[in-house]
Design a protein around this ligand. Sequence first.
Ligand SMILES: NC(=O)C1=CN([C@@H]2O[C@H](COP(=O)(O)OP(=O)(O)OC[C@H]3O[C@@H](n4cnc5c(N)ncnc54)[C@H](OP(=O)(O)O)[C@@H]3O)[C@@H](O)[C@H]2O)C=CC1
Ligand SMILES: CC(=O)N[C@@H](CCC(=O)OP(=O)(O)O)C(=O)O
Length: 314
Amino acid sequence: MTHQIFIDGGVGTTGLEIGERLAGRPELSLITLDEDKRKDAAARRDALNAADIVILCLPDDAAREAVALIDNERTRVIDASTAHRVADGWTYGFAELEPGHREKLADSRFVANPGCWPTGFLALVRPLVLAGLLPADWPVTVSGASGYSGGGKSMIAEYEGPEGAPSAFRPYGLGLAHKHGPEMLRYSGLQHAPLFAPAVADAYRGMIVEVPLQLRAMPGAPSVVAVHGALAAAYAGSPIVSVASLEESAAMTQVRLEHVGATDRLALFVFGNEATGQARLVAALDNLGKGAAGAAVQNLNILAGLPETAGLRL
Ligand SMILES: NC(=O)C1=CN([C@@H]2O[C@H](COP(=O)(O)OP(=O)(O)OC[C@H]3O[C@@H](n4cnc5c(N)ncnc54)[C@H](OP(=O)(O)O)[C@@H]3O)[C@@H](O)[C@H]2O)C=CC1
Ligand SMILES: CC(=O)N[C@@H](CCC(=O)OP(=O)(O)O)C(=O)O
């Protein structure tokens, strides 16, 4: 069986990355629109309704409009935007979220692809909440740096424009109301919004997400070994998510934004010191990979009943 796929927003930053991952797969047939028709509502309506699965790589308002243009009950949707991540009737597209979530996704018609920051954050935090090591009411902080392609075409133009990069390192989200807050809160299982301190680095792609924990102050003062054990157990056998051994982490003196390169991998680390009772949980990913296109293709595979890693860069 050939699955008809339409990427709405297919020539944007995320759309192009997804197209590259779907190219040359005989089980998929890509519906495309000519350049002069790609923003034409009638042409998009036809394509959206002809597809078995559509992937929306659009600004939030255009993503909502695309969903409204679907007037059949068959087309399934993967939305890469922020529009539906905590919306009723949508399944959060992070297969690794918790046991059983992948199966829930497979049965879903509407899937919201996670934001890039929440992907790293939830991968680090959700297993610890589930294991009872991180209390749900604990005040959690998450910081990190992203490549500028995370801001799509407009931020790429800003960083690659004639005046050059505006800054080597630019903290933002200073109003403490980032659009990823709601999904981080909902899917972590925490009771309070994490304090989120993101930054953009002068690099095209790549992302580091860090959650520091004062283990000694937490109920039961969990050990670094226990925290690492919970993460290692959660992702054991995953072809996408890896957890470095404590020995490997202990031998590292630094971790780079470029750690996974242009791949769809998600690499997790626990850097800790049992004597001080402190740990730095770190996720390294590509904002355009597992943070966007890789996750969308993984979700497409799950929806279509295809091998989950087909087309991924691992
Ligand atoms: N970049 C990233 O790392 C990530 C992005 N996302 C999300 O994915 C979505 C796409 O982001 P990104 O690829 O970065 O953004 P881009 O700005 O690079 O691409 C968006 C594309 O959508 C097109 N578009 C805008 N409005 C319409 C419309 N009404 N009909 C058809 N096409 C339209 C744009 O057209 P034109 O080319 O003419 O501007 C552009 O090609 C966003 O919601 C973003 O938040 C999610 C995770 C990570
Ligand atoms: C560097 C940068 O600006 N990144 C974007 C997030 C990119 C992402 O995850 O995409 P969504 O917009 O789909 O959530 C931001 O923080 O708004």
